[in-house]
Design a protein around this ligand. Structure first.
Ligand SMILES: Cc1ncc(COP(=O)(O)O)c(C=O)c1O
Length: 613
């Protein structure tokens, strides 16, 4: 939630904070500053949903840029009727420097804020769903033509309003002013993070920073040529990989793209139309999870550099030579280290051990015991840390700094990892083409990606954006207790923010996603690229995990089921114009190698149990 004091300090005394009309020529400073509020959906004219405008203030109805073209076109239409539009209590439009008397203004402002917030909430409830017996606003559910679905038990909060034409609207009503924040205006809560997120409620956060791909692609970071070079490296290593791993006949690490059957797809979509595919990285050979795309790739980069340095890769040498004793001697004098929730450690560990490296995996003491056991079985040294995943990474990073005989795979800050993930986009493009799926402006592709520290979904997103441009829409999915990317993007990139900073505890059954602080490298990369971040509850993960096992035979770990739990909430918040023409790809990121006992436990839905056994 935006800091009340700053917002109020931005208003000159007596300034009328009005709702700008659609013809208001003033720049959308409030929107650009990026705090949440309720207003016309920038992507869908006539719709209302969570967007970010002048934060911390009552809901504002602003003309917002169309994200469709992202060029800041003004929204037309009589938006007074939109739920949450408040002509009397609109948002700040002109940023101004904090005044010396800002503290008093803060306090005055916070009271004003609380009153206006209460009025706005009451107004919204009146339109959105009436009142319950206790006088609290209730949130209407949409009827789901597709029938009961596992996420039904914890939907995003929806409201129902009317647009100017009198038609019903669906509204994501999160992001309203936060009374607690108003009562404690000086607490150091990061701004911009919607109240619903901070309360741990499933939420769809529509990314106000999304820009047309051409503008949103990071300018100085990764280009298509970089991703193509990474793909070429994978290809060079195929003979070696085929030699090292029996299951890799071609030496290619890729997963199938599976179509979901009609009835299951209908449940996932809630009758919205379109087709649903599963990008089955839970079946990825060698490691059974998406992290192999980055982890294996980075080990190959390191091995290639060492081998060249040692003269093992002359112009005529094939890469299969790196499985020979001579190369193993070179690698054996080096250590590959990584901090991990488990799956990255396993991916790095399997590849590095296969080449003969020493391996150290730094993990939180809370990480799954079976993941540690499995790492030890492949000959990796597991170092346990008292804190969470982030502190394990930090400790390992420090420990390996400056060591010439070691390479630290930095899950939070590695471009090589990122490039490895990004190459997955080429596989998906090929598979979609083979399946006869058209992806273009009229046939959008929606991709749902579970997000932990951000590298895997971020890399895939970048790769897809480079290949499909604006035709692809990527949605990150995080657990309600660990929405680190949402929190970071919503709060802004000026400083790092953790989920603890907003009162969440990072405890989730989705251990691969139990990350308190997102990678800043990734946050910067994806800020302009992703469509939304959805948060989902552990109960929803377990429900989908069960459903997909029984109905589709997908054997997933809880993290990997996250994408399914997000589809309906996302489509309700931001329905595509022609749903029947949309293709949805849910990325299932891990699970095939889950021990049977663990899988059975996940099926029983023992949510958020302590990870250590
Ligand atoms: C199964 C699974 N899915 C998704 C992710 C998320 O990847 P990232 O942490 O790169 O965002 C992880 C991370 O370990 C994972 O193990």
């Amino acid at each position: 939630m935006r800091d009340v004091k700053q917002d109020n300090a931005r208003h000159a005394p007596g300034e009328r904070r009005s709702c700008p009309s659609s013809t208001d020529p003033r720049p959308l400073a409030a929107f650009a500053r990026g705090a949440p509020t309720l207003g016309p959906d920038p992507r869908r004219p006539g719709r209302v949903s969570l967007c970010r405008a002048s934060g911390g203030l009552p809901p504002v109805c602003c003309p917002l840029p169309h994200a469709g073209d992202g060029r800041g076109a003004q929204e037309d239409g009589a938006h007074d009727d939109q739920p949450g539009c408040d002509r009397a209590g609109g948002g700040s439009l002109r940023p101004s420097r904090a005044r010396p008397d800002a503290r008093d203004a803060d306090l005055r402002g916070s009271r004003l804020h609380a009153r206006e917030g209460a009025r706005a909430r009451a107004r919204l409830r009146g339109r959105a769903g009436g009142r319950d017996r206790a006088g609290r606003g209730r949130h209407l559910r949409r009827s789901h033509p597709g029938g009961e679905y596992p996420g039904d038990r914890d939907p995003v909060r929806f409201g129902r309003g009317r647009n100017a034409a009198g038609r019903g609207l669906d509204a994501v009503v999160d992001g309203l002013p936060d009374p607690a924040r108003a009562e404690a205006p000086h607490q150091d809560i990061p701004r911009g993070v919607p109240l619903a997120v901070r309360r741990g409620q499933p939420t769809v956060w529509l990314n106000p920073h999304r820009a047309p791909t051409a503008d949103g692609l990071p300018t100085r970071a990764v280009s298509l040529a970089d991703v193509e070079a990474a793909l070429a490296r994978w290809r060079r290593f195929e003979p070696l990989l085929a030699r090292l791993f029996d299951e890799l006949e071609t030496g290619r690490i890729d997963s199938p793209l599976r179509a979901l059957s009609e009835p299951v797809a209908r449940r996932v979509l809630g009758g919205a139309g379109g087709t649903v595919w599963v990008k089955a990285d839970h079946e990825l050979p060698v490691t059974g999870c998406i992290k192999a795309r980055g982890g294996v790739y980075e080990v190959l980069v390191y091995a290639e550099a060492l081998a060249r340095e040692a003269g093992l890769l002359g112009p005529r040498e094939g890469y299969a030579r790196l499985a020979e004793p001579e190369a193993r001697r070179v690698f054996g004098a080096h250590t590959v280290a990584v901090g991990s929730t488990g799956n990255l450690g396993f991916s790095v560990g399997v590849m590095a051990r296969a080449l003969g490296f020493r391996v150290e995996v730094h993990m939180s003491r809370d990480a799954k015991a079976w993941k540690k056991r499995r790492l030890r079985e492949i000959g990796a040294e597991v170092v346990e840390h008292a804190g969470d995943y982030g502190s394990a990474v930090a400790a390992a990073r420090t420990g390996f700094q400056g060591r010439p005989d070691a390479h630290f795979v930095d899950d939070e800050d590695s471009l090589d990892l990122f490039l490895g993930y990004a190459t997955a986009a080429f596989d998906l493009r090929r598979q979609l083409a083979e399946a006869g799926v058209t992806v273009d402006r009229d046939h959008p592709l929606f991709v749902y990606l579970p997000c932990g520290v951000g590298g895997a979904p971020g890399g895939v997103t970048l790769g897809l954006k480079l290949l499909f441009g604006d035709a692809v829409r990527c949605i990150f999915v995080e657990p309600v207790a660990a929405p680190c990317m949402l929190v970071q993007l919503a709060a802004g990139l000026e400083r790092t923010v953790s989920v603890y900073d907003v009162g969440l505890d990072n405890r989730t059954a989705a251990d691969g996603l139990a990350v308190a602080r997102a990678s800043m490298l990734v946050a910067r990369m994806v800020r302009g690229l992703i469509e939304a971040v959805a948060t989902v509850s552990d109960d929803a993960l377990h429900a989908w995990l069960r459903d997909l096992w029984h109905a589709a035979g997908l054997r997933l770990e809880p993290s990997a089921a996250a994408g399914f739990a997000a589809v309906r909430p996302f489509l309700t918040a931001l329905p595509p114009p022609n749903p029947a023409r949309a293709t949805h790809v849910v990325w299932t990121t891990g699970g095939a190698l889950l021990p049977e006992a663990e899988f059975q436990k996940a099926l029983r839905g023992s949510a958020a149990e302590p990870a250590a056994e």
